[in-house]
Design a protein around this ligand. Sequence first.
Ligand code: 6PG
Length: 479
Amino acid sequence: RRADIGVIGLAVMGSGLARNLASRNGNTVAVYNREHDRTRDFAAAYPDADFVPTFSYEDFAASLTTPRTALVMIRAGAPVDDVISSLTEVFEPGDIIVDGGNSEYADTIRRERALREHGINFVGAGISGGEEGALTGPSIMPGGSDESWVTLGPILRSIAAVAEGEPCVTHVGHDGAGHFVKMVHNGIEYADMQLIAEAYDLIRRGTGKTPAEIADVFSEWNTGELESYLIEITAEVLRQVDAETGEPLVDVILDQAGAKGTGAWTVQTALSLGVPVSGIAEATFARSLSSHPEQRAAAAGLPGPAEDFHADDTEQFIEDVRQALFASKIIAYSQGFDEIRAGAAEYDWNIDLGAISKIWRGGCIIRAQFLNRIADAYADQPDLPVLATAPYFADALTRGQDAWRRVVIAAAQAGIPSPAFSSSLAYYDGIRAERLPAALIQGQRDFFGAHTYKRTDKEGTFHTQWSGDRTEIEAEDTH
Ligand code: 6PG
């Protein structure tokens, strides 16, 4: 028998997706893994599923119906190029290679172009949802050609998560668009996680509540506008007691956050595109700061505020933190969508931002009720310049800003780091400001480098002759 699709790489995500393809949808699925024992064991472990174990790329290709579709689920980086070159030898024009890992979108653009020369469709697809999502329905963000989408669309729709009756997959845009959007998804994931961590830290240090008590706070929050997967699992993590010590697990885990790179890529790309994703950047830097024990040991003796902090009104403080979290979250998503908008303009991708928010409603790590509001905002105004200005969000920011400011003030006074809360508030105040001190920066640039400036009252480009008589002249625009 011929397989409908093949999966290469049988680690956590690959094996989950292979099982999803076979079980949920009755597909015949060819499987291949570099270590052949793993392929054998995997097929043997699921005798009811229709797997075709293969042990060479030739067998793999021969086992597939045409046009062939291979879903490659391996570690991002050079291994992907190796698999692609092996597949190129055994695939034919019209066949499809899907890279479902967390590859860099620039690599995806390069690979798509190279494979197009061979007539092979290369699709970079972001896949979110971790182990459980892979198995029961992830959120899928495929890029690649329209031609590939004709074949891939039905199969991806059949394995994706479903949110409000709609499968969490859409053809994001050409070549690297899918991996670009997955990258930003992960950046937002970093921001969301950091904001939740700051909220936890403020409540713990400001009220003395135990992790288990704070778990209850998060569970309560999960019934309101903050309802989301990350809030839900936060409560579970905080409630967990370490079997060995009897302490809350969160107190036993080393406080150094890991990162595999997608957050950093989101920030690097945003810097190149000139998009201020300050919440995501602070979240990424906060992980870096946590992971330098030698620096933290050296700085541990630096003084903090003289007095210990304790919130006067526990209930009020917790409600303030909730509002600060929601407001900062709005800013993080607004910045993330801004980066997608800028990326789409730069690379000529026709990305439907409303559709992106819809496919993030289920399956992925940042799934949340909130995404419905983003979808509404783009449905009302597809060319919305700043997501945070959509009526629902503007209203939430209006209601929450006093609490947000109180929390940032309290954090600063208490010496509790809140980089994501405070940078989001600074962004909010920056973007809404009628006038920014950028005018002074332009003056400084013109002073030391004759970089010129524009005026508020007339067209043209100007330079003040700072080292001469300080009269102004019209100048050539040097930005
Ligand atoms: C997802 C996750 C997934 C992975 C991240 C974690 O959407 O399913 O984002 O891709 O968990 O890569 O990234 P860090 O290891 O950098 O935290």
